[in-house]
Write a protein that binds this ligand. Structure first.
Ligand code: NDP
Ligand code: OXD
Length: 309
């Protein structure tokens, strides 16, 4: 089976090395040197240019090289009959939970306050609650959100989660649906976004949500830049409604040098590194689906284009 490889950030050689031990017969064709387009039956892609996947008439499977699939579903020429599978990799899940725990702990322990004091050589102590008194909310209780929520609960935080369908997770207060969002915001002093980007979730981190949160709350966005309304965040930080924000993802990446987020004293930025794809482990998920395709078995982690994730 000939497989197309096209990624704007992953190394084709690293992927070839990760796949080869599992698929000795691997025929990986790296765009644009793909030979006969009629021979391509599967595609491994991250942010392919719009229209690229429509060029392969025999395509039977599209594998996202990341957990999110918004980069594929926004292609107006996407071949709609071809199944899309997304990446689910325990390595990635652990990486994301590490990121969330690190950032929530920093916010909880008021690192941003003490860093600002240090720059002014100020020695001032602030009241510090225990984790059990800190209410943390996680938007999205899927592969990544449910693991992060569970690990935050192990640290003792008072954790709640929000999802589309109703969930029952031990030790996690659960909210769901549009009607659950306001209640979720109202109890969350630190709100972490781990949602997929869909028509329903775009702009979810906006002025109305921030206004519903307790005054002085903080957000962590490790999902997609378009979940956040940038101007609403700046206004909420400037008014004091929000105390701090940690952002890993942005509407435009790399974040343009002139963007006000770079210089904001209460915004911590990371360059979309919360949970990067790790080819040696991610390859196992891809190989499993390629084998299932070859054997005519049901695929894993299939995306529902109507839902958008
Ligand atoms: P999943 O598909 O496993 O989980 C998505 C969760 O979001 C589900 O709980 C789902 O609810 C919930 N959800 C979706 N739509 C809505 C809605 N309209 N209202 C309420 N809840 C909703 O995704 P993952 O956990 O694997 O990944 C989440 C996202 O994280 C990715 O799409 C990607 O954008 C981002 N990501 C970022 C990375 C980074 O490095 N910054 C790395 C990897 C991923 P339900 O359970 O009811 O279906
Ligand atoms: C992903 C990402 O979706 O890296 O996997 O953002």
């Amino acid at each position: 089976m000939a497989i197309l490889f096209r990624s704007t950030s992953d190394s084709a050689e690293a992927w070839r090395a990760a796949l080869r031990p599992h698929l000795p017969e691997l025929d990986l064709r790296v765009w644009p040197d793909v030979g006969d387009a009629d021979e391509i039956e599967a595609a491994l892609v991250w942010r392919p240019e719009p229209g690229l996947l429509a060029r392969f008439p025999k395509l039977r499977l599209i594998c996202s090289l990341g957990a999110g699939v918004d980069h594929l579903l926004r292609d107006p020429e996407l071949p709609r009959q071809v199944p899309i599978v997304r990446l689910v990799d325990p390595f990635m899940t652990e990486a994301m939970s590490e990121y969330v725990l690190a950032q929530v702990l920093r916010l909880h322990r008021q690192d941003h306050v003490y860093a600002a004091q240090q720059s002014r050589r100020v020695w001032r102590e602030h009241p510090q609650p225990n984790a059990g008194a800190r209410r943390v909310g996680v938007l999205g209780l899927g592969e990544l959100g449910s693991d992060a929520a569970r690990k935050l609960a192990v640290f003792g935080f008072a954790v709640a989660g929000w999802s589309r369908s109703e969930k029952r997770l031990p030790g996690i207060e659960s909210f769901h649906g549009p009607e659950g969002l306001k209640a979720m915001a109202a109890r969350s002093e630190i709100l972490v976004c781990l949602l997929p980007l869909t028509a329903e979730t775009e702009g979810v981190l906006d002025a109305a949500l921030f206004a519903a949160m307790p005054k002085g709350a903080a957000i962590v966005n490790a999902a997609r830049g378009r979940h956040l309304v940038d101007a609403d965040l700046l206004a909420a930080l400037d008014s004091g409604q929000l105390a701090a924000a940690v952002l890993d993802v942005f509407r435009e990446e790399p974040l343009p040098r002139a963007h006000p987020f770079w210089r904001h004293p209460r915004i911590v930025l990371t360059p979309h590194v919360a949970a990067a794809t790790h080819a040696p482990t991610a390859a196992l998920s891809i190989v499993e689906n390629l084998r299932r395709l070859a054997d005519g078995k049901p695929l894993h982690h299939v995306v529902d284009p109507a839902r958008g994730y």
